[in-house]
Design a protein around this ligand. Structure first.
Ligand code: NDP
Length: 434
């Protein structure tokens, strides 16, 4: 805490992992001897830089850029870029820390990193977003590459932004180095299913959790928060597997739709027009209403998938979910549930999956994109989706087996944290004092 004052989200993420580790540390004194935990809490490298760009009015704007290269014991740093006004070092460190363990859980050879900027893309023209991305990459390019650090998208960074970032990387380096960024478009080195992967993966994981309890998604009422990349494709997969998503949100409120969210309409508003969620209720008619200033988690549901942002589901929301008979909560976003909410849900017997396990499908498919780039190959949608489903099944099994082994059966938080930690720790020991 003293070393990193004011980095609240980083403290929260680190506590969440460290709280699970006492049974491991008791069994493995070599981790303590080698100061593994202290080394893991210190990023290998943190880069903070000025991003000057010119807006449409000709005014010079200055933003702050970040890349935190947290841990490369398992492979090149890998993790997304977030463009949002709330971004500061504490957010990027929390995300980079989480990413290290998430990436370990995928079983792929990728280390952990994260980056971004306090730039707010909302209300900016296409030209402004492009000039910002070019300015951002003009510094970032010297730190990334196929064998060093491979960024992707996150909040505020989708296919459009990755395109502008990759274009500038290519221009500066004079290299068509596809493996330097993931989330690319399908015609220029991207992978099938990458866009869908985090949302689909979260729902595959949810289906595994239900199956472990002898249940499935058929006929279930589901709430998904957010209406961005993760949320939209989580909704799509829930509907494909027989469930109904009755509500979703953005930062201006939520819509509830008795007939189930109309995904084509949602995609039209959110992906094509970059509009607000209130427009959904305006266009959908009487089955939908838009609600401001209330919590989406007050609505009754069987399954809750928080897919918007950190600390969006609080203790009082968890209480309401339990009272409403919710069976499963799986984090599509990173750390959307507060620690008190997580405790309340798990104590009440709700199956709870932490983001580092449930939303690992996005980065896993990014690693599949890297594989395709390295072999100059491109796989079909069905093949890639099967790989994703297998990876999510593998993570689910690993969480449960590890939880069993360390005396906390059924606890996905402990299982995910311990499995990931031991893998990263063993690699760090093997590589010497890094
Ligand atoms: P997007 O920018 O595509 O979408 C974010 C969505 O969350 C938007 O609908 C946004 O609404 C909403 N939102 C943001 N803040 C709030 C809030 N305070 N209350 C309600 N809604 C809010 O981002 P992604 O979908 O890519 O990311 C969502 C989460 O998933 C993040 O936690 C991210 O780290 C995590 N994640 C993403 C991965 C990916 O592959 N993209 C991979 C793994 C995790 P508005 O437009 O109004 O801001």
């Amino acid at each position: 805490l003293q070393r990193n004052p004011g980095e609240l989200e980083f403290h929260q993420a680190a506590h969440e992992v460290l709280d699970s580790l006492s049974p491991v540390i008791a069994k493995h004194p070599e981790y303590t001897d080698a100061a593994i935990i202290r080394r893991m809490c210190e990023p290998e490298r943190q880069i903070i830089f000025r991003v000057p760009w010119v807006d449409d009015a000709g005014t010079v704007q200055i933003n702050r850029g970040f890349r935190v290269e947290f841990n490369s014991a398992l492979g090149p740093y890998k993790g997304g870029l977030r463009f949002h006004p709330s971004v500061y070092l504490g957010i990027i460190k929390f995300l980079g820390f989480e990413q290290t363990y998430k990436n370990a859980l995928t079983g792929m050879p990728i280390g952990g990193g994260k980056g971004g900027s306090d730039f707010d893309p909302k209300g900016r023209s296409d030209g402004e977003v492009m000039r910002f991305c070019q300015a951002f990459m003009t510094e970032l390019y010297r730190h990334i590459g196929e064998y060093t650090d491979v960024p992707a998208g996150d909040i505020g960074v989708g296919g459009r932004e990755i395109g502008y970032l990759f274009g500038q990387y290519k221009r500066i380096t004079n290299r068509y180095e596809s493996g330097a960024l993931t989330g690319k478009g399908l015609t220029w080195g991207g992978s099938q299913v990458r866009q869908e992967a985090t949302g689909y993966g979260t729902v595959f994981f949810t289906a595994e959790m239900l199956a472990a309890r002898g249940q499935d998604l058929e006929g279930r009422q589901v709430i998904v928060s957010g209406s961005g990349n993760v949320a939209i494709y989580a909704i799509e997969k829930v509907h494909q597997l027989g469930g109904t998503v009755i509500a979703c949100s953005d930062s201006s409120g939520f819509v509830v739709d008795e007939k189930g969210i109309d995904l084509d309409l949602l995609k039209q508003i959110k992906l094509a027009q970059r509009g607000r969620i209130s427009e959904y209720a305006d266009l959908r008619g009487c089955s939908a209403r838009h609600v401001r200033g209330e919590s989406i988690w007050q609505l009754p549901c069987d399954i809750a998938l928080p897919c918007a942002t950190q600390n969006e589901l609080h203790q009082k929301d968890a209480k309401q979910l339990v009272a409403n008979g919710c069976l499963v909560v799986a984090e599509g976003a990173n750390m959307p549930c507060t620690p008190k909410a997580v405790r309340l849900l798990t104590d009440a017997g709700v199956a709870f999956a932490p983001g580092k396990a449930a939303n690992a499908g996005g980065v896993a498919t990014s690693a599949l994109e890297m594989q395709q780039n390295a072999s100059r190959d491109s796989w079909s949608f069905d093949h890639t989706e099967r790989r994703l489903a297998d990876i999510m099944r593998g993570i689910h099994t690993r969480c449960l087996e590890t939880a069993d082994k360390y005396g906390t059966p059924g606890n996905y938080v402990a299982g995910a944290n311990i499995a990931a930690f031991t893998q990263v720790a063993d690699a760090m020991l093997a590589l010497g004092l890094i």
